[in-house]
Design a protein around this ligand. Structure first.
Ligand SMILES: [Zn+2]
Length: 467
């Protein structure tokens, strides 16, 4: 038994100490027919009749999610837009997306939350807190998918948030802060919903066609938003106490290194350049090798320089040449010009610029030797979104309380939390993706990891509520 496996069982056992009914459900996994309906089943709640446990009491900290119910919700969600390959086609604004939103809304209402769709098409479900002067704690993710997507990207965070909401309601646990569960619109097609909350969606985006066949503007109307009033969906900085998102890693680091919980340090920033390598077009048969200014040779060396330079710098920055065109592009012509893209990602924008400067410096003597010249044109920048250090600590402490193995790590992919970071302190919790596969039907996260993630979300939320 490896360390990670042992830690998981310990976490299960600890959960079982406080909620004996849970233990059997977790250990038995999610193959239970029909799921278990124990004392924490949401269908049996007395709505609006909480027993007002004070936040921060031992009782509050001992809360744990209901693994069987969470599994059942994951399974039900996977039926909305399921395709023949076992994945889902639940692209934003599709009928399957709308049906799934209706279903989640109903469950949130049963948990005592008041769901509504805002102007940006986000499902926002709110519950008052004991102190109405406090801004809300927000948590959630997205339920739209890429075409031919899997059943975990977005779903784990959304069903985890639903489960936390339901667990709190079932336990009659009132928080000091108001709570908002957010299911953001069109994450996969440009993070429309979360970016609208930060006032980042531009007019022209509304005319962009989406995989649903509708434009973003049409789609927002379809799910109950109002593209004309997108500005009114904006939230003022400071209007949210904090935002938490649980998500699958979508990479293979946690799975291969045996990590249960990823404490996300931030969503990396991205810069992209078009790099033009200029040489001289000439005849491939009559030009001797020592008289060539071959732009393709310059490009090949540039790719190598970019790779080696980025590896040599301490840190976790990554650089990629992902596209390359040679001109004129014929088998019997020495290319006179090659255009390629250079993309660099890092948690700090300064780190990106440092890496770029180093690559450019290293590339200069190489270009001279190859008889080519290099020019750079930056065409894309996406700002890095660091998470709040205080929330990282709380996530890590929650994981340790559950005897889970946690590691701090950057997120190489974009997430809704990145947009919300523009207006509130955010925290992100990662759970492992089996073999790092994502945006494909084979995407998978083990049941125990989904439950662990939801429990860490719950504990972190309760810790933030005391802060
Ligand atoms: Zn996602």
């Amino acid at each position: 038994m490896d360390r990670r496996h042992f830690a998981r069982l310990s976490a299960v056992a600890m959960g079982g100490l406080t909620l004996p009914g849970e233990l059997a459900a977790i250990v038995a996994g999610w193959a239970l027919p029909g799921g278990l309906k124990g004392e924490y089943a949401w269908s049996g709640l007395p709505p609006g009749a909480p027993t007002a446990l004070d936040a921060g009491t031992a009782a509050g900290q001992a809360l744990a999610v209901n693994a069987a119910r969470l599994g059942e919700h994951m399974r039900t969600l996977s039926t909305f837009g399921r395709n023949a390959s076992g994945g889902i086609d639940r692209v934003a604004f599709s009928d399957a997306n709308i049906d799934a939103l209706d279903w989640v809304s109903g469950l949130l209402a049963e948990a005592g939350f008041s769901p509504e769709i805002d102007f940006a098409g986000n499902l926002m479900a709110r519950r008052p807190g004991l102190d109405s002067d406090l801004p809300p704690l927000m948590f959630g993710s997205h339920i739209d998918s890429v075409p031919g997507g899997g059943n975990f990207d977005g779903q784990v965070g959304s069903m985890g948030a639903l489960e936390v909401a339901t667990t709190l309601a079932a336990a009659g646990h009132n928080t000091r802060h108001p709570l908002t569960v957010a299911i953001f619109s069109n994450e996969e097609g440009g993070k429309t919903g979360s970016r609208a909350l930060a006032g980042e969606v531009e007019r022209f985006e509304l005319d962009i066609a989406t995989a649903s066949g509708f434009t973003i503007g049409e789609g927002l109307r379809r799910i109950g938003g109002n593209p004309e009033r997108l500005n009114d969906a904006r939230l003022a900085p400071g209007s949210i106490a904090a935002f938490l998102e649980l998500h699958v890693e979508q990479g293979g680091v946690m799975d291969s290194d045996g990590i249960d919980i990823g404490v996300v340090e931030g969503i990396v920033g991205i810069m992209r350049w078009n790099v033009t390598v200029e040489g001289e077009t000439n005849h491939a048969g009559t030009t001797p090798m020592d008289r060539r200014r071959d732009a393709m040779v310059g490009a090949a060396r540039f790719v190598d320089v970019a790779h080696r330079t980025t590896r040599a710098i301490p840190g976790r920055q990554v650089a990629t040449v992902g596209s390359l065109q040679a001109e004129p592009g014929a088998p019997n012509v020495i290319p006179g010009r090659v255009t390629l893209t250079l993309e660099i990602r890092d948690l700090s924008m300064e780190g990106i610029e440092r890496t770029f400067d180093a690559i450019r410096e290293q590339a200069e003597p190489m270009a001279e030797e190859a008889g080519v010249s290099l020019s750079y044109d930056r065409f894309y920048t996406s700002r890095a979104a660091p998470t709040e250090p205080r929330i990282r600590d709380l996530i890590e402490a929650s994981a340790h309380d559950l005897a889970l193995v946690a590691r701090r790590m950057p997120s190489g992919a974009g997430h809704d939390a990145q947009s919300i970071a523009l207006l509130a302190p955010v925290g992100m919790i990662f759970v492992p993706s089996v073999r790092g596969i994502s945006h494909a039907p084979e995407e998978h996260t083990e049941e125990a990891d989904v439950v662990n993630g939801a429990n860490v979300l719950l504990r972190t939320l309760l810790s933030l509520d005391q802060a």
